[in-house]
Write a new protein. Structure first.
Length: 263
């Protein structure tokens, strides 16, 4: 986030950059997080021979680069594209998006509380980072659980409540998925009816808000059960409740049931 970012990057850092102009010997870029200019030399574009650098980068493009050297006296930063792995690229882009989202939430709250952004960040940012490892991570938890985690981190009640409220509006917490297979048997003449009732009871079993359940046939007598929830503990608990409901229903009807996790 801009309020805590150092003035210059360090060698080895990954940076998000915007390509400004391209020459025969390389591309000049602006480091988005620092406002500095850097050079991506043609030799650092790819490990092979570069016939035309525009095959790899173009003006206006945003790219993830690795810092090779920094000369603060000359205002010079040397960068590399070929030394950035696919995993590093994905992680940097994701981290940048998370940082921008966190800053957007803090700015919305600063307007809501009529408090300068820098003041709000000073009173909340460091505390959230210390507790959760990052501002976005703390706000994501607040989006799921409300202001309590932020208050536990030391934030004042009004700030914690305002941040949790805006975070809930702007952050869609990722869902986790667990699954398994139900095996249902009923040898009665109308056994298929009881099996359908058991599957329906599983679909309608009590579950946490926002949790989703999907039940569908694999190949009789096996039926897949999939559960999405906001965290693993909640997902596992819901999966257990759903499958136990189905087994209890079919057993009551004179059949049998079993559940196999992760099938």
């Amino acid at each position: 986030m801009a309020t805590k970012k150092a003035e210059w990057p360090e060698p080895g850092d990954l940076v998000l950059a915007s390509v400004q102009r391209i020459t025969d010997y390389g591309a000049y870029v602006t480091l988005d997080e620092y406002g500095k200019e850097g050079l991506l030399h043609v030799s650092e574009v790819t490990s092979g021979w570069v016939r035309n650098i525009r095959t790899f980068v173009r003006e206006g493009q945003k790219i993830v680069l690795k810092v090779l050297r920094v000369d603060m006296t000359k205002g010079h930063v040397d960068l590399s594209l070929r030394r950035v792995s696919r995993l590093e690229r994905r992680e940097k882009v994701l981290a940048s998006k998370m940082e921008l989202k966190a800053e957007s939430i803090l700015r919305s709250v600063s307007e809501k509380l009529k408090m300068p952004f820098e003041e709000l960040y000073a009173k909340t940012g460091a505390l959230i980072e210390e507790k959760f490892g990052g501002v976005y991570e703390g706000l994501e938890k607040a989006a799921r659980e409300g202001p309590e985690p932020l208050k536990e981190a030391g934030l004042a009640e009004d700030m914690a409540s305002a941040l949790a409220e805006v975070a809930k509006e702007k952050i869609r917490a990722p869902m986790v998925k667990v699954k398994g297979a139900l095996e249902l048997h009923c040898m009665k003449p109308n056994g298929i009816v009881y099996i359908k009732e058991a599957l329906q009871s599983a679909q309608e079993a009590e579950k946490p808000r926002n949790a989703k359940v999907r039940v569908y046939a694999i190949a009789a007598p096996k039926y897949a059960v999939e559960v999405w929830a906001e965290d693993w503990k909640e997902a596992e608990k819901t999966l257990q409740a759903v499958t136990e409901t189905a087994i209890k229903t079919i057993t009551k009807a004179g059949g049998t049931g079993a559940f196999h996790k992760g099938k």
